[in-house]
Design a binder for this molecule. Sequence first.
Ligand SMILES: O=C(O)CCC(=O)C(=O)O
Length: 194
Amino acid sequence: MVQGQLFSLAEPLPEGFIYQASFLSEAEETELLRAIAKVSFANFDFHGYTAKRRSVEYGVEYDFSTHHTNAAAPFPEFLLPLRERAAEFGGVAAETLVEGMILEYPPGAPIGWHRDAPQFCNVIGISLLNAARMRLKPYRQAGKILSVTLEPRSIYLLRGAARWQWQHSIPPVEKPRYSITFRMLQPREDRKLA
Ligand SMILES: O=C(O)CCC(=O)C(=O)O
């Protein structure tokens, strides 16, 4: 496991960014991709613009037009063991990971600079099929852009400063990639401070 501030490469990563390569075996990745092939993805529409990536959300979903979270379809069976393992990695109980999202990035699809919705706190992400570069830059402050390669079968955790004081983005991917992210709900009293 690599903790942001202990990262030994040239660039340190923000506190609270924890990355582990080879979280999944190749066989586990193949199984997940097989299950994902049967999933119905939806286009992601935002202010009249349709993003190149597609998504599906389980448990709880965030509505970008109302900025509210709503109940979504239950987690499919194939995601439950992965949620258990992701929770173990994140040091939390599996049931606290109330939201599960699968993103499909065809070649050329990016995700722009953002911090995740304030309803959520810790975010755990698993990468499948091909690598992508995640960039991180301070949120509403000047600062250097950092970058980390998310290898296929790797996992990352965003919490603490990495979650709240930094934003992240993924430049257009060269090859198709999937990510599975799990999110915890932020306690209500803390949301006002976010
Ligand atoms: O694909 C990823 O790993 C990043 C996903 C992300 O940033 C998001 O869903 O907000």
